[in-house]
Design a protein around this ligand. Structure first.
Ligand SMILES: C[S@@+](CC[C@H](N)C(=O)[O-])C[C@H]1O[C@@H](n2cnc3c(N)ncnc32)[C@H](O)[C@@H]1O
Length: 207
């Protein structure tokens, strides 16, 4: 595998030296888009939240800041992401407000109907079957709970389509495909927004 392909493939499941480098970059590189995503959240009361495919843990940290009464679980299937997210959120872990769990979103190990909010930033491209994974999210949300997806790609932009060809197992989804999978997974209300000048999308779904 060429170095470039190997490096960009670390977005799917960070591993080894290149994975460590990628994780450092992701916490910084995704912050603007993630904050744009967070701006879509309505004022809700959150006592339990989860960030799925948490990578380096920056967005779990944002959830902890934005919802000071919430307990946040950060989940990722990569050893390296889990280690980095634990380090990033070490103070909140020590104070009992955060746990970082190694796990796969296609088989979530969280109690049914336990979350007010679940978030997924820049990760659903790699999930093994949107509808199946969204069903898992729906299962762990309380009735009325919210699921927010935020992607840098709207599924049609040239740059992301190029990466889809390079990274094995990556799939860029259009808003229509995401909305359809959410409804099929049992979400009742789905609302999307497209950034005015970038291919960024935020999809909010209510259980
Ligand atoms: C591009 S990174 C994004 C990380 C972080 N959400 C961010 O915005 O910076 C994608 C992350 O999703 C994780 N991931 C991909 N598929 C997953 C799955 N099926 N279950 C759990 N984590 C997954 C990867 O290990 C990686 O850490």
């Amino acid at each position: 595998m060429g170095l470039f392909k190997n490096y960009v493939s670390q977005t799917r499941k960070p591993e080894g030296f290149l994975g460590k480098m990628m994780l450092r970059g992701m916490n910084l590189g995704h912050a603007k888009m993630a904050d744009w995503g967070f701006s879509h959240l309505p004022k809700i009361s959150v006592s339990a939240a989860a960030d799925l495919g948490c990578g380096g843990g920056r967005n779990a940290g944002e959830l902890l800041k934005r919802f000071p009464d919430a307990h946040v679980t950060a989940i990722d299937y990569s050893d390296l992401s889990v280690a980095k997210a634990r380090d990033y959120n070490r103070e909140m872990i020590a104070s009992g407000r955060c746990v970082v769990q190694q796990g796969d979103v296609s088989n979530l190990q969280l109690a049914a109907e336990s979350l007010d909010l679940a978030t997924a930033f820049e990760t659903i491209y790699f999930w093994p079957g949107l509808e199946k994974c969204f069903e898992q999210v729906a299962k762990v949300l309380k009735p009325g709970g919210l699921f927010m997806i935020c992607n840098e790609s709207d599924g049609t932009d040239a740059a992301s389509l190029k990466f889809e060809k390079i990274i094995d197992g990556m799939k860029n989804h259009t808003v229509d495909q995401i909305e359809e999978a959410l409804r099929a997974a049992g979400f009742s209300k789905v609302k999307s927004d497209h950034h005015p000048s970038k291919p960024w999308i935020t999809v909010l779904a209510k259980k």
